[in-house]
Ligand binder design. Sequence first.
Ligand SMILES: [Fe+2]
Length: 319
Amino acid sequence: MINVRDLAYGRIGAPDLDRMEEFLLDFGMVRADRTKNALYMRGTDGDHHHLHVTELGDPVHIGMAWWAKSEEDLEKIARAPGASNVHEIDEPGGGKRVTLPDPDGRIIEVIHGMEVAEDLPVRDVIINDGKHKFARTDLQRVSANPGQPSTVKRSAHVVVKTKNLKKFNEWYQSTLGLAASDHIMAPDELSNNMMTFNHIDAGDEYVDHHVLLGIQSENAEFNHLSFEVADFDDVNTGHNFLQSKGYKHAWGVGRHVLGSQIFDYWRDPWGRIHEHFTDSDVVNNTHEGGRWEVNVGLNNQWGPEFPEDFVDDPHLHVL
Ligand SMILES: [Fe+2]
């Protein structure tokens, strides 16, 4: 029906907004706004008002929001089954929105016209490597260990489980215009699709390898929200900082195979995974996706092995 421009934010619930804000500040976000009932956090990129919303309430995953390219696209998406009318967003940042359910019942928001903000300053990253030995001649001083959070730049992708991956992919591809990047197949059963990475279809423009990963499962649970940070040092300074604060680590630091991101996953105070990454593969409409065996798809190029409890976390239900 439409081709969304990008992921805008994830929306989750938490019974204690102070505690959630403390985690997100330690994770490397900045408060954009807070009301009695909700917390809005931003990153350093100014092309959005916020990239993370927490509503006061049960610790569930509520849904996610996507940027429409135009207001006309909001009119189009409002004709999808179960969609609301186009309406004003009665929240900080304003703008207009249509809400509609995805096949698992998550609340999907498609938004347009939300306020934008100023970029926040980020240090210039220059790395000397073996080939570019003198790219930087001043001293490298990124952090006093373990002195500072990461610098969250932007909201990058969402990973959720779905009861019907085929329907899930068809819906996101035909309704929001996403395109498949790669598939992970069940062990010894290469016709059985277990997971699909989807990217934004921006034609010949390059975008992140994935903006949405669906995982076939018995329950439509949430898995993680992912945020790009400034650079490789920033992943690691954030890791040490979150460790020093006693948060629960989920997986990392490592480099994925599919998408190639250098990743690090942390759990918020209610166990919901939030990811830092840097250096994603980018793809465009010439990308030829593949079908990968699960041990390739979930493996690393380097880093710790995939932990058993990463996907099967019984208390993280979507609804
Ligand atoms: Fe991820």
